[in-house]
Write a protein of this length. Structure first.
Length: 105
């Protein structure tokens, strides 16, 4: 696993990244950064932790609202299990990035 330095809302983070996953990670970072900056720039929320939670909720909602592949093609019943694995993997990477400091940002 390689490490990549990324910037989210002006703060640098070192994240673990599987080989070949650089593009996906950078895309995810760009989405999180964009969402967090939009919330911050809205001026109503100042605390970084709250901004991070609201951004996570917004991105999760957007993901949940995407048209389901299952409705387009019924034989793809394995898609939810694959999504669960992807979410678990992402959560593990977030935990590793946060380290032991116990703070979101």
């Amino acid at each position: 696993m390689k490490q990549m330095e990324v910037t989210i809302m002006g703060q640098s983070y070192i994240l673990a990244c599987p080989e070949g996953g650089e593009t996906s990670l950078l895309s995810a970072v760009a989405s999180v950064d964009s969402e967090m900056c939009a919330i911050r720039d809205g001026g109503r929320v100042k605390a970084r932790e709250r901004i991070a939670v609201l951004a996570a909720l917004n991105l999760a909602y957007q993901l949940a609202e995407r048209p389901s592949a299952a409705s387009a093609a019924a034989p793809r019943a394995a898609a939810p299990a694959s999504s669960d694995v992807q979410i678990d993997t992402m959560m593990a990477r977030i935990d590793a990035a946060l380290g032991s400091d116990g703070q979101l940002l």
